[in-house]
Design a protein around this ligand. Structure first.
Ligand SMILES: Nc1ncnc2c1ncn2[C@@H]1O[C@H](COP(=O)(O)OP(=O)(O)O)[C@@H](O)[C@H]1O
Ligand SMILES: [Mg+2]
Length: 522
C-alpha cells in the first residue's frame, strides 16, 4: 500500500532559507527525514503567495526522497483564522479528492497551518471525510531524528467505546446474576440474552422454568436493571395470577370506578395502572381467566383499558414480565389460554434451567446463600472442609433431584445453619440434611442391586461385587451405622481386633463412593 501524506505548507515553520535551513526543524520536510516512513505522494496545500517557499521545500524533498511525487494544491483563504471559511475550504477539498483507501494509506499532517486549520483537519478526519490517520511531527531532540506520531482516531475511539460498553454490559449481567459468579455456559448465555433484550426492547418478556428456578427473582432483577439504566421510572408491581379469584379478578387488575358494583364504595386504580411507567410481573400467567386475558391483551396493545364500570379509558404503559412453570402451549390447546395473547407475550421467552441442569453453579450459589445468611443474621457461617466436600458431592450428583431448585438449596442452607453449633456446619449436619432432602424428594432408598449397578462404569471385580452386595443388604436392614457395623464385624468385635466398627464400615463404603445415608434402609 502506498502512503500518501496530505498537509499544508507551513508559512512560518517550513520557510527557513539558506544552508542553515537544514539545521532548523521544518515539519513538512521532517516527514521525509524520518527513517521508517516512506511516502509515495505528498498532497501539499498552500497559499499562492507562498509559492517560492513551497518550491524550495519541494526541491529539498526531491533530494531526501526522490521517489515521492509532490502535488501542489493552491488555495485562497481570506482569513485563515475564520473557522467557517477554513472548514468549508477543507471540507470541499476532501469531498473532491479521489480517495482510494483500499489502495492507499492516508496520513493527515496536522503540525502546520493555523490552529483553526489543524482543528478542521482533525474534525474531517474524525468524521471519516478524510479516511486516514493523523500524523504529527515534533522538533527533534539534540542530534536526533525528527519524531513522528501516528494517531488513528477511528481505532482509538472504537476501542475506547468498545471497552466502555463491555464494562457496562458486564455490570448489567452482574446485576442480573446478583453478582453470583455462575459458571454454567447455558445459564450465562441466557443472562447475556436477557441483558440484550432488556436493554434494547420494551416487548414483554416471558420467564419459564420449574418452580424455584428463579423466575420471580430474575423478573425483579430485570426491573432493577431497567431502572438503573433510566429506561423505567415507575415501580415493579407483582401479582401471582393463581391467587386471583372470580369477580374481584377484573377489578384487581384493571381497577373500578366508585359504585361499579355492590360493595364498590371507593374507586380503585388496579394493578395495571399502578404499574404505569414501571413493570408488571404476572406470575403463573397461565392461571389468568379468559376474560382477564382478553382485557390484558388489548391493554398491552393499546396502552389503555377500561376499568370496571368506567366509560373513559385509563392509560398505562409498562414493561410486562410474565412467569409460568407450565407449558402455555398446552393451555392454548385446551382452550384455556388465548393464542393471540401467547403470541404477544412469548416473543422473548427465556427458559430458566433447574439446579440439576447447572451442577457447576451449585458451589457459587452455595457461597451466595452462606453470605446471605451471614447478612441476615449477622453471624458467620462456615462448612468444615469435609462437610463442604460432602455436601457439594451430593448436591452435584446427577441423582439428586433438587425438585424445588433454589428453594431447596435455600432451605437446606437455612436448616444446616440453624442446627450448626458455633456457625460451623460439620459432616453430621450435612448427612442429616441429605437425608431430609432425599425424603422431601420422595426418594426410595435404592436397592443394593440398584446401587451397585449405579457404580456401573467403575467395573467392580466379581470378588468385590459379591462382598459389596452383602454389605449393602446388611446396611439396608440396619437401623443405624453402628448397628450395621456390629453385625458386619461381629467376629473381629469379639476378638477385640477392631476398634470402631462404624468407622470401618464408613471407610469401606467410601471406597466405592458411597455414604451411609445412601445405603441406609431409612
Ligand atoms: N439466581 C438466584 N440466585 C440466588 N438465589 C436465587 C436465585 N433465584 C432464586 N433464588 C432464590 O430461590 C428462591 C426461589 O426463587 P423464585 O424466583 O421465587 O423462583 P420461581 O419464581 O422460579 O419459582 C427465591 O426465594 C430466592 O431466594
Ligand atoms: Mg415465582
Amino acid at each position: 500500500m502506498d502512503t500518501v501524506v496530505i498537509g499544508l505548507y507551513g508559512s512560518t515553520l517550513d520557510s527557513p532559507v539558506g544552508v542553515r535551513r537544514w539545521l532548523r526543524w521544518r515539519p513538512t520536510v521532517s516527514l521525509f527525514q524520518a527513517e521508517d516512513l516512506e511516502v509515495a505522494r505528498l498532497e501539499l496545500l498552500h497559499a499562492p503567495a507562498h509559492l517560492d517557499g513551497v518550491q524550495r521545500i519541494v526541491a529539498d524533498i526531491g533530494n531526501l526522497s526522490p521517489s515521492t511525487a509532490v502535488r501542489l494544491h493552491p488555495y485562497e483563504l481570506a482569513d485563515p483564522w475564520d473557522f467557517e471559511e477554513v472548514y468549508a475550504l477543507l471540507h470541499d477539498w476532501a469531498l473532491a479528492y479521489p480517495f482510494r483507501p483500499e489502495d492507499e494509506d492516508y496520513l493527515v499532517h496536522i503540525t502546520t497551518g493555523s490552529h483553526v486549520v489543524q482543528i478542521c483537519l482533525f474534525l474531517l478526519t474524525e468524521a471519516r471525510l478524510i479516511p486516514g490517520r493523523l500524523v504529527q511531527s515534533a522538533p527533534p531532540q539534540q542530534g536526533e531524528l525528527p519524531r513522528l506520531s501516528l494517531i488513528d482516531l477511528d481505532l482509538a475511539r472504537y476501542s475506547r467505546l468498545a471497552a466502555r460498553s463491555v464494562a457496562r454490559r458486564q455490570q448489567a449481567t452482574g446485576l442480573l446474576k446478583s453478582g453470583i459468579p455462575t459458571r454454567s455456559a447455558v445459564f450465562n448465555r441466557l443472562i447475556e440474552q436477557v441483558e440484550q433484550v432488556a436493554g434494547n426492547s420494551t416487548s414483554p418478556i416471558l420467564l419459564t422454568g420449574p418452580t424455584g428456578a428463579g423466575k420471580t427473582w430474575l423478573a425483579r432483577q430485570i426491573h432493577a436493571l431497567k431502572r438503573a439504566r433510566h429506561q423505567l421510572q415507575g415501580s415493579l408491581v407483582e401479582l401471582n395470577c393463581a391467587t386471583l379469584r372470580g369477580e374481584t379478578a377484573m377489578s384487581t387488575l384493571f381497577g373500578h370506578v366508585r359504585g361499579a358494583f355492590t360493595g364498590a364504595q371507593q374507586a380503585r386504580p388496579g394493578l395495571l395502572r399502578a404499574a404505569h411507567g414501571g413493570s408488571l410481573f404476572l406470575d403463573e400467567v397461565g392461571e389468568l381467566g379468559l376474560d382477564e386475558q382478553a382485557m390484558l391483551l388489548s391493554a398491552i396493545e393499546d396502552g389503555r383499558f377500561l376499568p370496571v364500570g368506567a366509560d373513559q379509558p385509563v392509560e398505562s404503559r409498562f414493561q410486562l414480565l410474565c412467569g409460568s412453570n407450565r407449558a402455555l402451549r398446552e393451555r392454548v390447546a385446551q382452550g384455556l389460554f388465548r393464542e393471540d395473547l401467547l403470541a404477544r407475550i412469548d416473543l422473548w421467552t427465556f427458559e430458566l434451567p433447574g439446579l440439576r441442569q447447572r451442577p457447576e453453579d451449585i458451589e457459587p450459589n452455595l457461597d451466595f446463600e452462606l453470605e446471605r445468611w451471614r447478612e441476615r443474621t449477622g453471624r458467620q457461617l462456615r462448612f468444615t472442609r469435609q462437610a463442604r466436600g460432602r455436601f457439594l458431592a451430593f448436591a452435584t450428583d446427577p441423582r439428586s433431584a433438587w425438585s424445588g431448585n433454589f428453594r431447596d438449596l435455600n432451605a437446606a442452607v437455612s436448616r444446616m445453619a440453624t442446627l450448626a453449633s458455633g456457625g460451623r456446619i460439620e459432616e453430621r449436619e450435612v448427612e442429616e440434611e441429605i437425608t431430609r432432602l432425599r425424603r422431601a424428594w420422595g426418594e426410595e432408598a435404592p436397592t443394593a442391586e440398584a446401587l451397585v449397578s449405579l457404580l456401573g462404569e467403575q467395573e467392580l471385580d466379581r470378588f468385590d461385587r459379591v462382598q459389596l452386595l452383602d454389605v449393602l443388604a446388611v446396611c439396608a436392614e440396619s437401623p443405624s451405622l453402628s448397628e450395621a457395623g456390629r453385625r458386619l464385624f461381629a467376629v473381629s468385635r469379639q476378638a477385640r481386633s477392631s476398634r470402631n466398627d462404624a468407622d470401618r464400615l464408613r471407610k469401606y463404603l467410601a471406597r466405592f463412593g458411597l455414604s451411609w445415608e445412601q445405603v441406609a434402609g431409612g
